[in-house]
Design a protein around this ligand. Sequence first.
Ligand code: SF4
Length: 496
Amino acid sequence: MSDLPLTERNQRPAMARKKVYLETMGCQMNVLDSELVMGQLRRIGYELESDMTRADLVLLNTCSVRDHAEQKVLSRLGSLTKPKLMNPDMIIGVMGCMAERDPESLIEKMPHVELICGPNELNKIPAMIGEIEETRSRAVALSQDFKRKTTPLERALDYDSVEALDLSREPDPGQNSLQAYIRVQRGCDKFCTYCIVPFTRGLERSRPASIIVEEAKMLADRGTKEITLVGQTVNSYIHQESGLPIKFAELLSRIDEIPGIERLRFVTSFPGDFDIEIFEAMRDLPTVCEYLHIPVQSGSDRILKLMNRQYTVGEYEELIGKAREIVPGITLASDFIVGFCGETEDDHEATKELIERCQFKNIFVFKYSPRPGTASFKGKDNDVPDKVKRRRNVELLDLQERISLANNQSFVSEVFEVLVEGPSKAAAKAREAEESPRVQVGWRNESQLVGRTRHDRIVVFEGREELVGQLVSVKITSATALTFHGDVIEPVSLGR
Ligand code: SF4
């Protein structure tokens, strides 16, 4: 009990919280990892800071999939040299795939980095910060040993330690909890020849279904309406429960039953691992959205073989034919790599033809970027000039834009169920200006809102703020290749 009179105690300033600048690059896995790490940092007294030069702790959650992503991190770290000199207590940390891939060269290039933490060790970050503060020496946590282990028992033992981060999940009460990611598996053992992921995140391990379902229930209780299950190849999910295998379709079905969850999505899927039960779950379970992200990477069998993708173009097309047959109205998105080692103009033409035939909703195109440590880096020549890669990249995007535009315009006048996510980018910017102390003009009742259909189409429309977080019906009035514009016609009743 304090001896101070109550009035005096109330006037005492609250203990200053430490500030962390946390920047995330790369995939949904990293977005989720950053959220979970931030939850742990909040517990030891940190709050977010948007200006990295004013932070006590700078953490970059990194991606190693392309060289460009790594160069961006190096440039960020370089720009911190001066702020670190001015404030020697500032802790600079690199977490995620780049930390795991080549920590030695990272330390050599950026000696002011004091915290290096691989993606399977993130639950150790609070302890690492304590260690650095105490000793002022570098703290490193990597899973190098983990990568050498291959037996199921060793994987299971390792699993317990990496699971700790997800088990510590505690959503920030101040954050919008409408949508959330849940991890269903870690790592990947497909070993596509261009990909660094199996070397940075380790081999594939699925999380127990019961724990995933509990996490989904906890999020639903806190207002989450849309859950996206994330993993490198979610459809290959499998976990033993009481001696019986639980597969991905069963997992979807268990989450579908949770009251409060309106929509269930998943990314990313591997074409070679699909079973029909997943498509049936997409058709039959009310929450599972009719949208599938299913990367193909190339329209040439020769290139797919060089990439070790383990399927042919014909098998891929057969699969998406099945998806369309079983799940009415399903939309498909895909990924492509242009300029992979030895890719000829004929291979590129075959990819364009595949895109024409598949009529994707949208595609993501990446220029091949050789990653040290991968099979294609060691054994193949990066022989397609960058200029050619750029041209092929543009050609695929132009082709898809034409397809998306024609496809989207065919939906004008139709009505879609839209989950309202918040103000559109333009409205959010305008609101920021309004909220600034210099321009206090108050809130507007009507704003430009943005939401998504079950098929992952973005819809922009005018509406009242109270609609955020609700399902509404929107009639589409116009469409571009990327966005629908429409009018709300009525609120759709909530709950099932
Ligand atoms: S499936 Fe291939 S591209 Fe995807 S994470 Fe695994 S190895 Fe990488």
